[in-house]
Each structure stands twice: as structure tokens, then as C-alpha cells.
Design a protein around this ligand. Sequence first.
Ligand SMILES: *[C@@H]1O[C@H](CO)[C@@H](O)[C@H](O)[C@H]1NC(C)=O
Ligand SMILES: [Zn+2]
Length: 492
Amino acid sequence: MNYLLFSSILLLTPSLHAFNLDAFSKHIDSHQEEYVEALREWVAVESDSSDALKRPEVEKMMEITAEKLRKMGGKVDLVDIGNQELPNGKIIPLPKVVTAQFGNDPKKRTVCVYGHVDVQPAKQEDGWATEPYNLTDINGNLHGRGASDNKAPVLAWIHAVEAYQALNIELPVNVKYIIEGMEETGSNGLDAMVSQRKDTFFSDIDYIIISDCGWLSRRPALTYGTRGNCYFFAEVEGPKQDLHSGVYGGTVIEPMTDLIGILDTLINPSGRILIPGINEAVAPLTDEERNMYENIQFDMENYRKKIGVDRLMYSTKEDVLAHRWRYPTVSIHGIEGAFSASGSKTVIPAKVIAKFSIRQVPDMDPSVVEKQVTDYLNAMFAKRNSPNKLRVQMIIGAKPWVADINDPLYEAGKKAVKKVFGEDPDMIREGGTIPVAKTFEDVTGKRIIMLPIGGFDDGLHSQNEKMSRYNYIEGTKYFAAYLHEVAQIPKV
Ligand SMILES: *[C@@H]1O[C@H](CO)[C@@H](O)[C@H](O)[C@H]1NC(C)=O
Ligand SMILES: [Zn+2]
């Protein structure tokens, strides 16, 4: 045998191990009920991170997660990430972050799976057909708060590693986990924790994997981008107290009229943003991208009906997808200080604060957007010649994230999808924001892939959230296959 060839085969040995999907499928299928039971236990923990009174439940959830990983022989830590100050001034501890590690072979690649085990609030009275924290199987759909976002995907990643262990197959990569309990309320404390561990926990990681989103249709998808978000408060302050419109109306320049006037200059009725500089900053749509949109499986009619509107802003699938994913938009969320109760109070509010946000896309930069919006609103306000005072503030400035779909990381994802689901995935983006993706990328300098297994109709953050058994179980096989595929990327 040619010595050189022989030695290169030795070096490549891990990659020559074929992935035996049948063995994994058999194992995972036969443990399906255990996986569903594990999800039932996790969903039963009301780990609502938005409610400080539920904080012990979130802590319990972190403990349960850590214990599961410990039992599998992982090197597990519960990391203290400090405190949180509540709006009432009270200080409470943030839920600890779970980190875990399986394997530390320097010859192998190391991936890190990010996930969260906190959930959005849910009450049966909100219109749930089932008790939200009692996982209920209806026609193969597992209904429960947090089932899809993000407990089943986290469990699927854990069970994928467990399957390697049970089958006595060496893990093709070292696997780390970072699992938090504050995602639904803004991942408080996580950025600092990631920064502090840049040269320790994150130093030997090659790639970060996030499975905290869903498919667009019944066809599997890989997610390669998320929009960012700049959230603004615009405050107009006038008289020193609220006034009666019968007594004072007609003699004062009303703050609410000023505010509505300037809000109406942000975007026109056909969806064009009117703030100078914003549209110019948007990366142009390439032919390649447009072609990709044409082939994506997306049911516009179903989308429109689900929303319950007569007409969408755009009439073609390509335009709707592009405006959901790769163009910015302005949304007006509310006006603090405005009269909003039922009835007909004739008040002139003295101070009103508009809340609006602009979804961010490449190549927009939140700090530039902050200035563009502030200057523009000040100019529009000046035109009104009002004696009232305007104050514009940017509260959140989350950057967009986009990956190169030709990255070997994504090629590995396509191969794993093809193996398990028998078809090619749609390459999609998320209209929403997963700020942690950008943080991971900026702080650690590592590449990120999003491998969703949630269904398009899972109802995240909504009533009757569910995860289908199919997506959960096949998703577990898919993650096992991905660990194999990602190990094949040559180390350079
Ligand atoms: C969950 O729901 C099932 C079926 O409706 C019921 O039998 C069970 O008692 C419930 N469990 C809890 C803890 O509420
Ligand atoms: Zn989530």
C-alpha cells in the first residue's frame, strides 16, 4: 500500500465511518415514547421567564436540564450569571445557564448547541384547547407551552447524543451545550457570560448550532438569516397636565396630534419607508436570491387566511418572502399615555410616547439608523412649528444576521436533511430577531448555523403551541445525522 495514501486514510479515519441511518432510526423510533415522556416532564415545568414569581420554576428547569446531561456523563456546569433588577427595584438572581461538554478530543471538531428552556406565559383561559403545561397528544401533535419553542428541539439535541452513546458509536465531533433560561425576555446576562468565556468555554468551538425557529412549510428548511430590530420611543410633551377637550380644545396644540402627524411620515401606505438613507442601505436583491425565492415552498393563500386579512402588502410569493426576510419595515406598536380604555373620555393627554420599531437587514447599522430616525423625526416635527417638546430614543438596537449558504456548515446541513427526510431543504430566513446569534458571531468569531425542526404551524408564543411527533422524532435522527456530516468538513 502506498504509504502516503495509507497515512492520509489514517488521518481521515473518522470521516470514513459511514453513518448508519438505519441503526439510528431503529433506536430512535423504539425510544419514541421515552422522548415524548421527557418532553412531557419538561413542559410540565412552568418556566415562564417573564414572570418573576415563576423564577423558581425556571431554576428548577435549569436543574432538570443539567441533571439530564450529567446522567449522560457530560461535564456539566450551572453558571451563575448575576442578578436582574425588576421594574419595582427588587433584585433577583437570573436563572443559571447550563453548559455541558461531551468529548474533548483535539483531533475532532467541536460544535456547540445553543438552546433555551424558558417559555412564554400561557393560561388555559387565553384560549388553549388543552391545559398548556400538560403535554397532550392530539392526532400526533404534542400540544403544550414551550413544546416547539424550544424544549423539544433542545431534547432532540440531547437525545441525538444519547443515541450515539446507546449504540456505542463514537461521537464524530465533540459536543458542547449552552442552554439558558431567559431567552423569552431578552437573554439577560447571556452576552456578558459569552464574553467572559470567549477564551475558555468558546475557545475550542468550531461552530455554533441554533435550533430555535421553524420551517416555512412541510418541507424541511435551513435558516440562514434573521432580521435585527431597532426599537424607538418618541415622546411628545406639552401642557403640564392632562386637559379637558371641552374647556381647552382649540386653544392648545395637542401632543397626540403632533405625535400622530410625525408617525405618519415614517412609512407610506404601500410600505415604502420614508426615512432618508434607510432604503439606500439595504443590500440589493440578487438574481440568485430571487430564483431561490421562486422555488421555495410557501402557501401565500394559507398565510393570508391565517392572518385573516383580505389582501397582503404584496401580491407575489417572491415579494412577500423578500419583504418578510430581507427588507426593513416600520411597525407602530403603541402609544403610552393615550386614552385606551373603553368608553369615551374627552381627555387631551399632556404627554404621549409612541413605541415603534424598524426591522434591520444587511447592510443597515443600528447606530446609523438611530441617527437617521432621530434627525428625520426632529425635522418633521420642526415643520409643525409646535411649542411641544419631542424626544426620540432608541431602546433596542439588535443587528441582523446572515450566513453564507455555500458555507460547508450549510452543505453539511443539506446532506443531513437529504439523508433523513429524503428531499432538499428550502433555504429560508427569519423575519424575527434572534439577537444571540449575532452576539455569538461577534464575540466568539465562530460561524453559526440554524437547523430548525419546528413545524410552520407550531404556534410559537401563541395559544395551542405544539410540536408534531414527526418533527420531534425525525428531528432527533436529523441532528444525529448532522453531527456526522459536520465532522466531514475538512479541518484547514
Ligand atoms: C393531563 O391531562 C390528562 C388528559 O386530559 C389527564 O388525565 C391528567 O390528569 C392531566 N394531568 C395533570 C397533571 O393535570
Ligand atoms: Zn425560542
